[in-house]
Write a protein that binds this ligand. Structure first.
Ligand code: C5P
Length: 220
């Protein structure tokens, strides 16, 4: 995945035409499109290949099962054309290793959730977030998912993993995080969903956030 605009679109709509239209409209402002259960359950797994015309696809299935089942899930995801998959880290090293093994067979990437961006993310997952980040680094994951709603946590996690892993960070806009704060805290990419796909003009909304990120990177 190239680091150009430093933004990933979370395309959580449930209509195929709408998804394709938004993807085409905003493709110049995003480095990847994140597709998850809402869109895939509504339209089918084929949507991944259709959207891959516009940008690399990250399949956000938060895979969280025993190693064998994880392996089977990841195979399906990569066969469908995804460039990367998001998996949970709390299931342990063997479950994560299974995903990373399949990803390396397909030469694709694995992102590991270290903690989640919503308020409930602080209840159970945050206390083990740093241990998950260390495990993901040792296991050879490509990146971590860390919360844009808590830039101080992104900063802490960046300190723990150094430059070895990338960080993608959801929670910008609708959940309250600011793109520039999260990039400043050390995220490689921010993930933005509702602030773009629910905007009256998704292209304008994406362009504004991209400009905010660019200004932050220029040090303005
Ligand atoms: O609409 P919004 O910008 O809040 O979308 C954020 C996206 O990131 C959603 O697809 C959500 O499922 C996802 N996500 C998250 N927190 C995580 C992992 C993924 O918000 N820790």
């Amino acid at each position: 995945m190239e680091r150009k605009t430093r933004m990933i679109l979370a395309l959580d709509v449930s209509d195929r035409e709408e998804a394709l239209k938004i993807a085409e409209d905003v493709s110049e402002f995003v480095d990847a499109i994140k597709v998850g259960y809402p869109l895939v359950l509504a339209t089918g797994l084929e949507i991944i290949r259709e959207l891959a015309e516009f940008a690399p696809i990250i399949a956000d299935f938060k895979v969280a099962d025993i190693p064998n089942t994880n392996r089977l899930i990841c195979k399906q995801v990569f066969e469908a054309g995804a460039d990367a998959v998001i998996v949970q880290g709390f299931t342990g090293r063997d479950s994560l290793d299974a995903c990373i093994e399949v990803a390396s067979e397909y030469r694709r990437d694995v992102f590991v959730v270290s903690e989640m961006s919503h308020p409930g993310g602080a209840e159970f997952l945050q206390p083990v977030g740093e241990a998950i980040a260390r495990m993901a680094s040792e296991a050879g994951a490509f990146g971590l998912v860390a919360p844009a709603t808590r830039p101080e946590r992104v900063k802490k996690i960046r300190k723990i993993i150094g430059d070895k892993l990338t960080i993608i960070s959801p929670g910008v806009g609708a959940q309250g995080g600011r793109a520039s704060d999260v990039i400043a805290a050390g995220a490689d990419w921010v993930i933005v969903g509702r602030s773009i796909y629910k905007a009256e003009l998704p292209k304008e909304a994406a362009s504004e956030i991209a400009a905010e990120i660019e200004a932050e990177l220029r040090g303005e």
